[in-house]
Design a protein around this ligand. Structure first.
Ligand SMILES: NC(=O)c1ccc[n+]([C@@H]2O[C@H](COP(=O)([O-])OP(=O)(O)OC[C@H]3O[C@@H](n4cnc5c(N)ncnc54)[C@H](O)[C@@H]3O)[C@@H](O)[C@H]2O)c1
Length: 248
């Protein structure tokens, strides 16, 4: 494992109770950061905390509730110190259906968590980062943002929104020592796949030239560098983790 130096840094990972978020939190802890895990799943948060040890703490947060996000931001700054790093990994896939049959409530649920939640999280942490002239944010988008997967239009739309938001806010903050980037992973085998039809998962695998799923540690490896001080130039960008699927 390459050594990434996050000694003395305070990080938040939303959706950190499992999946990509947990693997990222684990890598950040191993790199020396204090990490606050934010998630809606109290049970999984407790087991994640137990596995990560004393460098990790947890807050029950629903990222679709701005008050809850703002309160958690204030709590981290009070208990752990200046919030340097935000990785927004909380998200849902939404149910599979063609757009002309897509359930209206389900559409709004997906957009609310995956896009509005990302906005809330970025909005809450940026004032402190600007005041201190330091911050690193990674928004987890998806290869679906760039390519679209049939029968998952809400997810593709939300994640494309996250990419657009990242490019805009990254430029707004480019005069500060703040880097805001997005990553676009291909499919990794996590619980997010539980919402999806098996044939849809087969389709996504068939689209990956590497011929296998992304390992969550591979995502964590990329994120660890993106949130380090060494990433001092690149911002408002999108990093593919698609096993060769992305073509632009
Ligand atoms: N796994 C994949 O194939 C894949 C591919 C591309 C992008 N992504 C993205 O990566 C991120 C993480 O996905 P994952 O595979 O680890 O999923 P996961 O289901 O394993 O973890 C997601 C976590 O987010 C939490 N969460 C959901 N809604 C929340 C809310 N409103 N507030 C707080 N927490 C909430 C869940 O409780 C869960 O612990 C998501 O944004 C997902 O869209 C995943």
């Amino acid at each position: 494992m390459n050594q990434i130096d996050l000694e003395g840094r305070v990080a938040v990972v939303t959706g950190g109770a499992q999946g990509l978020g947990f693997a990222i939190a684990q890598r950040l802890v191993r790199s020396g950061a204090k990490v606050s895990l934010w998630d809606m799943n109290a049970e999984l948060l407790a087991s994640a905390r137990a596995e990560l040890g004393d460098a990790a703490s947890t807050i029950l947060v629903d990222i679709t509730d701005y008050e809850s996000v703002a309160a958690a931001t204030a709590q981290v700054e009070q208990e752990l110190g200046s919030l340097d790093i935000m990785v927004n990994s909380a998200g849902v896939a939404g149910r599979n259906a063609p757009l002309d049959e897509y359930d209206l409530e389900e559409w709004h649920r997906v957009i609310n968590i995956d896009l509005n939640g990302a906005f809330y999280v970025n909005r809450a942490v940026l004032p402190g980062m600007k005041a201190r002239n330091y911050g690193r944010i990674v928004n987890i988008a998806s290869i679906a943002a760039k390519e679209g997967n049939p029968n998952a239009s809400a997810y593709a739309a939300a994640k494309a929104g996250v990419v657009g938001m990242t490019k805009a806010v990254g430029k707004e903050c480019a005069q500060y020592n703040i880097a805001i980037n997005a990553i676009t992973p291909a499919t990794a085998k996590t619980r997010i796949l539980d919402e999806l039809k098996p044939e849809f998962i087969d389709y996504m695998l068939s689209r990956i030239p590497r011929g296998r799923f992304l390992e969550v540690e591979e995502a964590a490896n990329m994120v660890a560098w993106l949130v380090s001080a060494e990433n001092s130039f690149t911002t408002a960008s999108v990093f593919d983790l698609s096993g060769g699927r992305a073509t632009y």
